[in-house]
Ligand binder design. Structure first.
Ligand SMILES: [Zn+2]
Length: 114
């Protein structure tokens, strides 16, 4: 029963993420603005809740990823993923090297064609 509930829960989350990705690529501007206003706070709240569970303890270990037999030094994989996706991956302008490179090359092509 727990396994089935777990699968239902995971599928619901994957479907929600798929829906948001779909909206980001296909929705018109007014719909996108409305979705952003309602969903961005939910997403940031979700990240905050998840990250607080992975805050290092006084010994610098992640209490959630550590077991009694094996300590996981911070930053754990959840914090590394958060950094990769929220900071290095492009949301923050200062860290968006991939985004800048990807968006600047088509512009250069267009500029060269004129
Ligand atoms: Zn952790």
């Amino acid at each position: 029963m727990d396994e089935i509930l777990g699968q239902v829960l995971r599928n619901a989350v994957w479907e929600r993420l798929d829906m948001l990705s779909e909206l980001a690529t296909r929705a018109d501007a007014p719909s996108l603005l409305s979705v952003a206003r309602s969903e961005l706070p939910r997403l940031t709240e979700g990240w905050r809740a998840m990250l607080s569970a992975h805050e290092p303890d006084e010994r610098g270990n992640c209490p959630t990823c550590s077991s009694r037999w094996r300590q996981q030094k911070a930053p754990c994989s959840v914090w590394r993923a958060a950094y990769e996706h929220l900071v290095a991956g492009g949301l923050a302008p200062a860290g968006g090297r991939h985004v800048r490179r990807a968006s600047s090359s088509p512009r250069r092509v267009v500029a060269g064609a004129r």
